[in-house]
Design a protein around this ligand. Structure first.
Ligand code: ZN
Length: 202
């Protein structure tokens, strides 16, 4: 019998990635469109998104659990922006459940962050003993950052209040180095397992 996974992995869920919307130039006030998820050439789901302003978007969709009447969902998700090092601004979403600032939300019955849905990334399951990845989380906690390397790159982390500049610079440098190693380990582990992260395609 296959061993049951402890937690669902993020690739099992439909992802709403704010950067993907920005890349497709959809983050325009007043824009209204369907966002679709496809698998093997078949549309598996879609939701309606209305960009009410650059700081709020409304999600409209229907969810259906087995044997129950469909439920209509219609709720706003807050968008926030942070400056990029190379100019311009980067958009983020605030999780409707916990308010965390994240790059991606995942669909349960509502869209929420991976903390709320208690998701593991496939790489964490693939390489549980990956020390580099463990150290990443320890270092991030020291830098008062709850988000992982996928959601929040090291260069965006702000210096925590009271932390000396030199200490901060050293930790960021250390973190970037370790995360590079963790990424390499992750790719190797995933290749061994034949796992491929599939993104959304339109
Ligand atoms: Zn959350």
């Amino acid at each position: 019998m296959a061993r049951q996974r402890e937690k669902d992995s993020t690739s099992d869920y439909r992802t709403l990635n704010i950067s993907a919307l920005k890349c497709k130039n959809l983050l325009r006030s007043g824009a209204s469109f369907q966002w679709e998820w496809w698998r093997r050439g078949e549309k598996v789901a879609s939701i309606g998104i209305a960009i009410e302003s650059l700081h709020s978007m409304r999600l409209r969709y229907q969810s259906r659990s087995r044997g129950r009447e469909p439920t209509q969902h219609d709720y706003p998700v807050t968008i926030t922006w942070t400056p990029c090092h190379l100019g311009g601004e980067r958009p983020w979403l605030l999780c409707p459940c916990c308010g965390r600032r994240v790059a991606k939300l995942y669909s349960g019955s509502v869209f929420a962050c991976r903390y709320c849905l208690r998701l593991n990334y496939p790489c964490q399951q693939a390489s549980k003993r990956d020390r580099a990845l463990d150290r990443t989380w320890t270092l991030r906690r020291k830098l008062s950052c709850d988000d992982g390397p996928f959601d929040y790159p090291a260069e965006y982390i702000q210096r925590p209040k009271g932390m000396h500049r030199k200490t901060f610079a050293r930790r960021i440098e250390q973190l970037s180095r370790i995360e590079e190693q963790a990424m390499t380990n992750m790719v190797t582990a995933m290749q061994k397992l034949g796992i491929r992260i599939t993104g959304i395609s339109l």
